[in-house]
Write a protein that binds this ligand. Structure first.
Ligand code: R5P
Length: 282
């Protein structure tokens, strides 16, 4: 069976788009797949990013999936970053389990399988299932480590993750993980749980250290981790993650306090130095 490739406009940095997304005058979303005939009763690989503007991007996706469902397509969604993946636990009663909600929604909308990178709640590579959704989770860790090695003078690196959740990214390289404890939500309109402690006493004196995480969002985790490694007397510190949001100008801050910061281009950003295209093609 031939596989039809559909590319959303928010993937135009990597592929030529062939889906139209517009807005009606009142702001409602509009999608149009010109070559829908080629998708009829066939397998479709849909490349659509779900970040930035995650809520809009999710609505666009649901509409695209509806058009594909009507055509009888069997859709694999390729979205390198899955939003809401960090809300995979109820911290206090009354919250939503957003990660599960989104996965349920994708299944209902017609996604047969999701291909994504370093999905926060999976914590390992491979073919997995969550919220009824079949997910292929690919790690960018090898590419990130290779890139970091090329930034050192001798290719030697001590690799450390800033929390236990990201241990799977570093364990294959003999890496270790710090322990991070988050507290309650901060006051104000933004739902953000402050970091109480990041601990990990590793022997990093005189060594090149790569701190590797699945994502850098506000940068709070990485900034605390750099402080910890700096206190241990490291020779150099590189910060890397699969997904880079760099909220609150955290890229500037991290660039000041470390010897290098980079991510993949799963989310386009100014520090996206590792290209995911080969991972997605595979
Ligand atoms: C959380 O456990 C993740 O692995 C990241 O460490 C976290 O989401 C990074 O967020 P931030 O940059 O806001 O500290």
């Amino acid at each position: 069976m031939d596989i039809m490739k559909l590319i959303s406009p928010n993937f135009s940095d990597l592929f030529e788009p062939n889906i139209e997304i517009k807005e009606f005058p009142d702001g409602d979303s509009y999608v149009f797949i010109e070559n829908i005939n080629e998708c009829k009763n066939t397998e479709v690989e849909l490349f659509h990013r779900l970040y930035p503007e995650q809520n809009n991007s999710i609505v666009h996706l649901i509409l695209i999936l509806d058009a594909l469902k009507r055509a009888g397509a069997k859709t694999t969604l390729i979205s390198p970053y899955l939003p809401y993946s960090r809300q995979d636990k109820i911290f206090k009663e009354g919250e939503a389990l957003s990660a599960e909600v989104l996965c349920n929604l994708l299944v209902c909308a017609g996604v047969q399988r999701l291909v994504t990178l370093d999905c926060h709640f999976l914590k390992k590579e491979g073919e997995l299932e969550y919220g009824g959704l079949k997910i292929k989770n690919i790690s960018a860790n090898k590419m990130l480590v290779e890139h970091a090695k090329s930034m050192t003078d001798d290719g030697e690196l001590e690799i450390i993750s800033p929390d236990q959740g990201a241990n799977y990214l570093v364990s294959g390289f003999g890496g270790k993980s710090m322990t991070k404890v988050r507290g309650d939500y901060e006051e104000g309109d933004t739902a953000h749980r402050k970091i109480e402690t990041i601990d990990g006493n590793f022997n990093v004196k005189g060594k090149n250290v790569l701190i590797l995480d699945d994502m850098i969002s506000t940068g709070g985790t990485m900034i605390r981790a750099v402080g910890n490694i700096r206190n241990g007397g490291a020779k150099s510190i590189i910060c890397a993650a699969t997904h880079g949001f760099f909220i609150n100008e955290s890229l500037d801050r991290l660039s000041e306090i470390s010897d290098g910061v980079f991510t993949t281009n799963s989310i386009p950003n100014a520090a996206a130095e590792v290209d995911i295209i080969e991972l997605l093609k595979d």
